[in-house]
Design a protein around this ligand. Structure first.
Ligand code: FAD
Length: 448
């Protein structure tokens, strides 16, 4: 009889785990994927707003990501715009501090580098670019290890093998200070970028900080989104591998029973199903999964690392340039990274789309757990034609240095594809973690 595995969660980590098992066993293993939402993609998701489609979660993919590229080849997915270039007008990045837009550059790497150098000096600007590039090169070493079939039991083993563990143990601020990066670069550029990405600033672990900087394009390469929505990559992969995919099916409990090495896992769902599997991949953060897990009748109390809420506010409107600076630019830069010194109620504001309905740009505001009030929006925009708020209950984990990470196998046969996210998370990073988990499942299935 074919072996049966269950994957709980159809985000990047879960789909890559399922795909890895499919690549090894084809239809010799039955793969069931349970997903609480009506769609795959998880935190890669979009909404229809003001006559267009807007990514509200994981938006930008980096050209160096091998797993996302592989899934595109599998599913016929195509690179689309990054969501930044909207109406044919030149796009630009700006860094906003208490002194106004101290850096305002085009979106090319060269222009960005020149703008940053002009404000913070050559040494600190080059240093940070070099650190982000160095991290990216070491991280990309994971693909050669994957080709050799290497598996990692824990996030620490993975990160240590790549020579990047040191960065997970210190804060970004400490690390940059050690590397003689000046305060201006740290506070006006680095913090402004990373607190927009992870809700945390220089207190973030240094590895996650460098992942964020590379994700903003500082390590080279280019950024894109998937045409038709990033989530389609995951939905179409599940179709391509002919998984028994069950959207709208929240898992409520996982019960493991039986002898070690021969355990059977019973999964109960809100729709009343009750199925048994040879192995299970939990591919949602434990803190967000709302699942009761028991092993031989004893509740398993795995630590639930806290995740942070993020408010995403979409606005069709005209920005009030007076709000940002008295040295008025012609228009609001397309992406504004805000330093803490700007004293803004949000982390970033940027153009994210164009509304054909209103013939007007759409802005996306990230404001961590702060709810943007109508009064604040009335100050930031001279006119608000339409607005929508999307709340992520848990957008990112709290990424402090020195976290004790859970292993990729919580107990024999019960795997955890999101274990790596407590070091740093991004769509491709979770894909790497999911693929590693899939290879661990493959090895386990050969023993049971
Ligand atoms: C606002 C925001 C912006 C971001 N921007 C970027 C970006 O630009 N680029 C980038 O690379 N990354 C970005 N990220 C990060 C990226 O989206 C995540 O790291 C990645 O998508 C996480 O993938 P995952 O598979 O680990 O988890 P998730 O995507 O969260 O997948 C978990 C899945 O499990 C499902 N689930 C949970 N509980 C159950 C249950 N009980 N039963 C069944 N199903 C369940 C969930 O519905 C979900 O689909 C961003 C994230 C956010 C929130």
């Amino acid at each position: 009889m074919a072996k049966k595995i269950a994957v709980v969660g159809a985000g990047s980590a879960g789909v890559l785990a399922a795909y890895q098992v499919y690549k090894e066993f084809g239809d010799k293993v039955e793969i069931t994927v349970f997903e609480r939402q009506p769609h795959a993609g998880g935190r890669a998701w979009d909404v229809n707003f003001a006559g267009t489609r807007i990514e509200v979660g994981g938006t930008l993919l980096h050209s160096s990501g091998r797993h996302t590229t592989e899934l595109m080849a599998l599913t016929g997915g195509k690179e689309g715009t990054s969501g930044l270039s909207i109406d044919g007008k030149e796009e630009n990045y700006a860094f906003w501090t208490k002194d106004g837009f101290v850096i305002d550059t085009k979106t090319t790497l060269v222009s960005m580098a020149m703008g940053i150098v002009g404000r913070v000096g050559v040494s600190s600007a080059l240093k940070v670019t070099k650190l982000a590039k160095g991290m990216e090169e070491k991280w990309s070493g994971v693909y050669a290890l994957e080709d050799e079939g290497k598996t990692f039991a824990t996030p620490d083993e993975l990160i240590e093998t790549l020579g990047l563990r040191e960065g997970t143990l210190v804060s970004l601020g400490e690390y940059l200070t050690e590397q003689k990066v000046n305060k201006r670069m740290q506070e006006e550029v680095v913090e402004a970028i990373v607190h927009n990405m992870y809700n945390q600033g220089l207190e973030l672990n240094a590895f996650a900080g460098l992942v964020g900087l590379a994700g903003a394009g500082l390590a080279g390469g280019y950024l894109y989104s998937i045409e038709g929505g990033n989530w389609t990559l995951f939905e179409n992969t599940l179709k391509a591998i002919k998984a028994d995919y069950r959207p709208n099916t929240q898992v409520v409990s996982i019960e493991a029973k039986g002898e070690e090495g021969k355990k059977k896992f019973t999964i109960k769902t809100v729709v009343g199903t009750n199925d048994t599997f040879d192995a299970v991949v939990l591919a949602s953060p434990l803190a967000l999964a709302d699942i009761e897990i028991s092993i031989d009748g004893v509740p398993a109390d795995f630590p639930k690392h806290p995740y942070q809420e993020v408010q995403t506010t979409l606005v069709v409107g005209t920005p009030n340039l007076d709000y940002f600076t008295n040295k008025k630019p012609n228009r609001l830069p397309s992406t504004v990274f805000t330093a803490d010194s700007a004293g803004a109620p949000f982390k970033s504001i940027g153009v994210t789309g164009y509304s054909p309905e209103y013939d007007c740009r759409i802005y996306k505001i990230f404001s961590a757990d702060h709810v943007m009030t109508d009064g604040e929006l009335a100050e930031i925009f001279t006119e608000v034609k339409d607005k929508m708020t999307f709340v992520w209950r848990g957008a990112y984990p709290v990424l402090s240095p020195g976290i004790e990470h859970l292993p990729f196998e919580l107990s024999p046969g019960l795997f955890y594809a999101c274990a790596f996210e407590t070091t740093a998370g991004a769509i491709e990073v979770e894909a790497v973690a999911g693929a590693n988990t899939g290879r661990l499942v493959n090895a386990y299935l050969k023993t049971v």
